[in-house]
Design a protein. Structure first.
Length: 263
């Protein structure tokens, strides 16, 4: 009996060490990679997990965001799944990136939610939230959990490749203006060029004819004078310094909240 008890104790201790090492390994993956697959509910097959890893890694490289897939089987009743999981899951993992997109699938209630944090949230607007929620709900109604993760990942990459007007403005106002109003600048350039040509041609078309050339009127450097106005002109310059420092931020407060929807 004593030997049996010792064996059971040793087995339990070994089991605890194994579980502890697995947990540590997951924590390292969560903090150092561009994706996290936290299949707590065990909804994905082994081959599906491997396929998801490749898909999420590629998505992260394209967008610069961290992709987080979390499954849960807790029976919860809340008005907003998004608010619940932002606070109870995302905020609890400080190792998660500030620029992250998160998909949560709850198999116990057959519902889910998704949200984007930091710069990633500007890829979503009201129209895209509605569109994505409808698409993911179709998958969830079929209990196609793997397909839900695939569709979520692919749609978010697609949204990144076709940025919203808000996202473009955040990239830079000059880039936004040039991208959307290049045609207006082209028209202005043509008109200005034509006007300049017309004025110049009209002003100097008689130069050299009928002895009417006026050097003082037509020469900016006034070559008939003893001094060149540009040689004797004094110029000054100054250097404008800018402060390029940046401050850190926490998950929720620094990113200004989340965008997403339930399905």
């Amino acid at each position: 009996m004593i030997n049996t008890a010792k064996r059971l104790s040793a087995l339990a201790l070994a089991l605890m060490l194994i579980l502890g090492s697995v947990t540590l390994c997951f924590a390292e993956t969560a903090s150092n990679s561009g994706y996290v697959i936290d299949d707590t509910a065990g909804l994905f097959e082994k081959d599906e997990v491997e396929l998801l890893k490749t898909r999420l890694e590629n998505a992260s490289k394209q967008t610069g965001w961290q992709f987080i897939i979390h499954t849960d089987n807790s029976k919860i009743t809340v008005d907003s799944l998004r608010d619940f999981y932002v606070e109870s899951y995302y905020e609890k993992h400080k190792e998660f990136s500030d620029n992250a997109v998160v998909l949560v699938i709850n198999s116990a209630i057959n519902r889910g939610t998704y949200f984007a944090m930091g710069e990633a949230k500007y890829a979503l607007n009201d129209g895209r939230v509605n569109e994505l929620s409808i698409k993911l709900k179709v998958d969830m109604d079929k209990k196609a959990y793997y397909q839900t993760a695939v569709d979520f990942t692919d749609r978010m990459v697609g949204y990144y490749n076709k940025p919203t007007a808000e996202a473009e403005k955040r990239e830079g106002k000059l880039v936004y203006v040039l991208k959307h109003y290049w045609w207006l600048f082209a028209i202005i350039a043509v008109v200005a060029g034509g006007a300049t040509f017309g004025i110049t041609a009209g002003k100097y078309k008689y130069n050299g004819k009928f002895n009417t050339y006026d050097l003082n009127a037509n020469s900016e450097t006034m070559l008939d004078l003893k001094q060149d106005m540009f040689v004797t002109k004094h110029t000054t310059s100054r250097v404008i310094q800018t402060n390029s420092g940046s401050s850190g931020s926490s998950h929720s407060s620094g990113s200004g909240g989340s965008r997403g929807g339930d399905f």
